[in-house]
Design a protein around this ligand. Sequence first.
Ligand SMILES: [Zn+2]
Ligand SMILES: [Zn+2]
Length: 338
Amino acid sequence: MKTMRAMQVLKAKGNFELRELPIPEPASGQVRIKVQACGICHSDMFVKEGLFPGIEYPRTPGHEIIGSIDAIGPEVTRWKPDDRVGVGWHGGHCFTCNNCRHGDFITCDHEKIAGLTFDGGYAEYMVVGQEALAMAPRQLNALEAAPLMCAGVTTFNALRNSGARWGDLVAIAGIGGLGHLGVQYARKMGFRTVAISNSASKRDLAAHLGAHVYIDASKTSAAQELIKLGGARVILATAPNAKSAAALVNGLGVHGQLVLVGVSGDPMEFTSLQLIAQNKTVLGWPSGDGMDSQETLEFSALTGVTAMVERFALEKANEAYARMLSNQVRFRAVLAIG
Ligand SMILES: [Zn+2]
Ligand SMILES: [Zn+2]
């Protein structure tokens, strides 16, 4: 039997352990991917720490996958071996629940999640349903493209589905794994782009990423600065910090939207009064489906948006994860696998 290397979580709160496993066979409607690169995401914590209900162990994490199709199962017609593909958080849908019947696959009642409800990309091979795939442009470097499958599609999709139009004031709060992509997308989409972070040291980086304006929120109120600029049409809150996100509500202009993509379990505090008079909205945005991811990759290739990454060997997943968790990584840790 042919085997492959995978970094698995054997039980909740365990480390990633290197294992030799049988190379999986694609079932009907599935493809097998030879993984080239897999990004490490803050959400991999759900698997490692057992924070998501119903996870079955052992489990191979990883939902920021770029690779090539290596084998196809029965009933796969759209995809063929050697196709270059990506897989993100959204790992499949049922086609029959009411949300799927509306074509809203990301909110499927039976959503499959790569690296969480089935084995993901911390491995040399994985199998996945064809409905979850994104075609990946050949010119994209696998290591730089992998984080686009989660951090990229999340920020790209949230921005393009917001109410902002060309020239509108759009602020990206936080310049980390999500935010460094959000700033690039906002600029390339034609928004008047503001980057907000908590230190003077990010000013040059923000300009390099394309921000027209930088706000150092450690020195000044970001909300007040945004109002001086006319008030934001959209603020994309990328940092997992409920308090700092809530403080941005007062930086919104008329019909402004605070779009939350940084995941936090903490309550947010603001009053209805802050929202009602100027018709403001606070909303969340869940990444996107396979087609959204494909369009993220295509837009990135077209406009030159790239993730800034640090490369790790598959066996170094524990070190890479620790570096991500302690906020040291600039800006996404990626496993170079194949
Ligand atoms: Zn993710
Ligand atoms: Zn469904």
